[in-house]
Design a protein around this ligand. Structure first.
Ligand SMILES: Nc1ncnc2c1ncn2[C@@H]1O[C@H](COP(=O)(O)OP(=O)(O)OP(=O)(O)O)[C@@H](O)[C@H]1O
Ligand SMILES: [Mg+2]
Length: 417
């Protein structure tokens, strides 16, 4: 065995890897120049010596037994000890070489000390990242994201990641999660918007209501006095449209003057049952399975029963509409959570597109055909529930269904700070 004996033997010396040839007595029988320079041993110290002189003591047992026995090819990581006693991490590819009498092990070894150090740094770094309280985001130098948590609202501090030579290789973003704050802000904006819309609506209702009443009486007068059948017929259509406008106006007035009704202790379960009865009269409900799951320990709540019924009817009608006449189910639950009674109305209907979720509480927002919906139902319902100190939340999965959660404080609006 002599690496350099053949014509191209010197080629082995050109390789960046250390090469050792070891016989089955674990003696080094040959090596290339890289092996000597990397380990710092003179060739005379390596040749015909036991391979164990370059192995870190803890690593000896395993590797020496591999060299003694022919287990076939192996790839492993181990540690070499240099002549100056410093340690080097190495990646070893071990191949067997057979002659007629015996086998040799060819060890092709690569110094991976730097790489190991980087891996360790990375491990420490990723542990810090994964266990940090604040969400963290890492981007490469072009700002392309390479690591992030789930989506969230955030306040962001960005700092560059610099490599050894001062180049920016990426950016580290440390976030402060402000999702909670955002939700509160959105709620505030929503209730302020509702308030200003309410004032506007009251104004419109008043301004439109009076002339509408005169038009309505005039139509009735002409209907009674004319003999013209054509005119009578058309007047009937006008009356229908006036009624429609009047209904809208009533909704607007209801919204802006909810205090005109009397708040009294109310059995919420009873109101739910009444509302459901009304909704079940409709023609559209025959293929719908309704499930009621009412808490039996509900105490009375300070609300206006008729208005609360109106809320449940609106939300139940929407649930019915969401099924588009197809078979499906609607599930109504009441429960107490802390100081709040929650009523959940869950349907298996078409769901609400994410973009529409905030808009559904706005007046006149409707996805229904002209004449089918005015888009006032949820707006009015929201106003009513707010006047009781409560809230309405929506959760929806497009194509699968929606859940409306009506929250009513047990102690009513006044007691809530
Ligand atoms: N359960 C639901 N499933 C799917 N979409 C819904 C549901 N509830 C409400 N929506 C959406 O919200 C919109 C607004 O509802 P809202 O009750 O305010 O008005 P509307 O039902 O369209 O008309 P109306 O004034 O007759 O109630 C609906 O048009 C619909 O797009
Ligand atoms: Mg509706």
């Amino acid at each position: 065995m002599a690496l350099r004996s053949s014509k191209y033997g010197r080629v082995f010396d050109l390789l960046p890897e250390m090469i050792f040839i070891v016989d089955s007595d674990q003696k080094i029988v040959d090596h290339n120049v890289t092996a000597a320079t990397e380990t710092g041993y003179a060739s005379v110290d390596l040749m015909h010596n036991s391979f164990e002189i370059i192995l870190q003591p803890e690593q000896r047992r395993v590797l020496m037994s591999i060299l003694k026995t022919d287990y076939g090819d192996q790839s492993l990581e181990t540690k070499f000890i240099r002549a100056d006693k410093s340690i080097m991490d190495v990646q070893v590819d071990l191949r067997r070489l057979y002659t007629a009498e015996r086998f040799y092990s060819v060890l092709i070894a690569k110094d991976i000390t730097e790489q190991k150090k980087k891996e360790l740094d990375y491990l420490r770094y990723s542990n810090v990242i994964q266990h940090t309280v604040n969400p963290i985001q890492i981007t490469d130098a072009n700002g392309k994201m390479i690591y992030v948590g789930s989506p969230f609202h955030t306040e962001l501090v960005i700092s560059p990641i610099v490599d050894g030579s001062g180049h920016i290789v990426g950016f580290l973003g440390a976030h402060r999660d402000i999702t909670e704050q955002k939700i509160l802000e959105q709620q505030l904006v929503r209730s302020q918007k509702m308030e200003s819309i309410g004032t506007l609506a009251a104004g419109i209702a008043h301004e439109v209501g009076n002339p509408l009443t005169s038009i309505s009486s005039l139509v009735q007068v002409i209907q009674r006095t004319t003999a013209d059948e054509f005119a009578k017929d058309k007047l009937e259509l006008i009356k229908d449209q006036i009624n429609r406008i009047a209904r809208i106006i009533r909704d607007l007035v209801d919204f802006s003057r909810p205090s005109s009704y009397v708040i009294k202790p109310t059995d919420v379960n009873k109101v739910i049952r009444e509302a459901l009865n009304i909704v079940q009269y409709g023609k559209k409900v025959k293929d719908i399975a309704f499930t009621l799951e009412l808490a039996d320990d509900l105490q009375s709540l300070p609300v206006v029963p008729d208005q609360l019924a109106q809320v449940f009817i609106n939300i139940l009608m929407n649930a019915v509409d969401s099924l588009d006449g197809k078979p499906g189910s609607i599930w109504i639950q009441s429960r107490v959570t802390g100081e709040v009674v929650e009523v959940l109305v869950k349907d298996t209907g078409k769901g609400i597109a994410p973009d529409d979720r905030e808009k559904i509480f706005e007046p006149f927002f409707t996805t229904k055909a002209v004449g089918k919906g005015t888009g006032l139902g949820l707006w009015v319902s929201y106003g009513i529930v707010q006047s009781f100190g409560g809230d309405i939340e929506v959760d929806s999965d497009l194509g699968r269904g929606s859940t409306f959660k009506i929250q009513l404080p047990i102690n009513g609006k006044e007691q809530r700070s």
